[in-house]
Design a protein around this ligand. Structure first.
Ligand SMILES: *Cc1c(COP(=O)(O)O)cnc(C)c1O
Length: 348
C-alpha cells in the first residue's frame, strides 16, 4: 500500500531503471583475491580499493543511533545530495512542481530549478510557520515535493507539529523535513518517530552542523524503505569516498564529545541572545532552536560593516522578504561570541 503510494509519485521511467551494478554489488561473498574491479592491487595507501557503494557499516551505525532499520537510512554527500536526488526522483522536468516556504534554505529552489521543476514559493506566516491553508490551496497532482525546514534556516524556529501533521495528511506529494539543526533543539524535537505512520515523510539530517563534520560532506535521509531504495538506485554508484565513510563512523562513535559541544553551544546561544537583546541597536532577537540567531538591527548594513571591519563575518539576510534589517549570526566559541559582543558594544 505505502509502496504503491510512493511509486505513484516517482518518475515512471525510474521505476524500471536498471541501476549500474558495481563489481562490489555483483559479488557479495567473501574472497581473498580481488580481480573483479580493475583496481591497482598494490596497497601502497589505504585507498586502492573502491568504497562500499551501499555504505552498510555507516548506515547500520546511524540506524542504531536513530532507532531505525538499515533500509530506512540513506547516506550521501551532504543533505544537498539527498535534496537533489529527491527532486530527480519524483520531478518530471517541465511538468511537476516543488513547494518551498520562504524565507528558507536556498538549495531546495535551486535543486528544483536544475531539474526544471516549477518552484512555488509560499511565504511563512508572521511567526515563521508554514501557511497550511496557502500550501494546500496552491498544491495539486503535480506538486511532488514540499520542503519544510525545522529548525528553519535562517529564522531558527521549529515547525509546530499540528501544522506538519495537517500537511502530512493532505499534501499530495512527498513532505521533506530538513532537520539539519535538530541536535540543538533539545530532546523530542525530531519528527523521526512520525516515519512509522507517514510513508510520504522524508527527514533530512547531516553531520555538518552539531556533529562538526561539514568538511566531510555527510548527509542523511531517513524515509520509507522504498524511497531509500529508489534514491540509492539513482545516486552515483560510489557517492561516498572511503575516508568520508570511515571518518563519519569515527565521529559517530565519539557521541560524548558531540553532546558536550552541543550543550555548550546551546548555553552560548542563550547567553548571546540575552546580551544582544540588551544592545540599543538591536530591535529583536528571534527565538532559536538552532546554532544561530536571527537578529533584527536598527540598521543591519552599518552593523554588518562595523563587524566586518573587525574581521567578524555574519550572514546578511536583510534583503530577504520578511527579514528587513536582519543578520544571521552563528554561535561561535565563548571567546568568539565575546569578541562579537565587545565589537557591537564599542563606539562606531
Ligand atoms: C547547513 C544546512 C544543511 C546542510 O547541508 P549539508 O549538505 O549536509 O552540509 C542542510 N539544510 C539546511 C537547512 C542547512 O542550513
Amino acid at each position: 500500500m505505502s509502496r504503491l503510494l510512493i511509486d505513484r509519485l516517482v518518475q515512471p521511467h525510474l521505476l524500471d531503471l536498471q541501476p549500474y551494478a558495481t563489481a562490489r554489488h555483483e559479488f557479495g561473498g567473501r574472497a581473498e583475491v580481488f580481480l573483479d574491479a580493475n583496481e591497482n592491487p598494490f596497497p601502497e595507501n589505504a585507498y586502492n580499493r573502491y568504497p562500499d557503494p551501499l555504505q552498510v557499516t555507516l548506515r547500520n551505525k546511524l540506524a542504531e543511533i536513530k532507532n531505525l532499520r538499515l533500509e530506512q537510512v540513506f547516506t550521501g554527500q551532504g543533505s544537498d545530495e539527498a535534496i537533489d536526488l529527491l527532486c530527480r526522483l519524483v520531478g518530471r522536468p517541465g511538468k511537476d512542481e516543488v513547494l518551498v516556504c520562504q524565507p528558507t534554505y536556498g538549495v531546495y529552489a535551486i535543486s528544483a530549478a536544475i531539474q526544471h521543476l516549477r518552484v512555488k514559493e509560499i511565504p511563512l506566516t508572521a511567526a515563521f510557520q508554514p501557511d497550511v491553508t496557502a500550501i494546500l490551496k496552491h498544491s495539486g497532482p503535480q506538486s511532488k515535493l514540499l520542503f519544510l525546514c525545522s529548525p528553519n534556516n535562517p529564522t531558527g524556529n521549529l515547525i509546530e507539529s499540528d501544522r506538519l501533521l495537517a500537511l502530512l495528511n493532505a499534501f499530495p506529494g512527498l513532505v521533506v523535513v530538513d532537520e539539519a539543526y535538530i541536535d540543538f533543539a533539545g530532546p523530542g524535537a525530531s519528527v523521526l518517530p512520525l516515519l512509522a505512520q507517514y510513508p510520504k515523510l522524508v527527514v533530512l539530517q547531516t553531520l555538518s552542523k552539531a556533529w562538526g563534520q561539514a568538511g566531510l560532506r555527510l548527509g542523511m535521509a531517513f524515509g520509507h524503505p522504498r524511497i531509500v531504495e529508489l534514491m540509492q538506485r539513482i545516486k552515483a554508484p560510489y557517492n561516498l569516498a572511503t575516508p568520508s565513510q570511515q571518518l563519519a563512523l569515527q565521529a559517530l562513535q565519539s557521541e560524548d564529545v558531540f553532546t558536550e559541544q552541543t550543550q555548550l553551544l546551546v548555553r552560548e546561544r542563550e547567553r548571546l541572545s540575552k546580551a544582544l537583546n540588551g544592545l540599543p541597536e538591536v530591535l529583536e532577537v528571534f527565538p532559536s532552536a538552532a546554532n544561530f540567531l536571527l537578529v533584527r538591527f536598527e540598521d543591519a548594513k552599518s552593523t554588518y560593516d562595523k563587524l566586518l571591519e573587525k574581521g567578524i563575518i555574519v550572514r546578511d539576510r536583510s534583503r530577504v522578504a520578511q527579514l528587513e534589517n536582519c543578520l544571521r549570526i552563528t554561535v561561535g566559541t565563548p571567546q568568539e561570541n565575546q569578541r562579537l559582543l565587545a565589537t557591537l558594544q564599542s563606539a562606531p
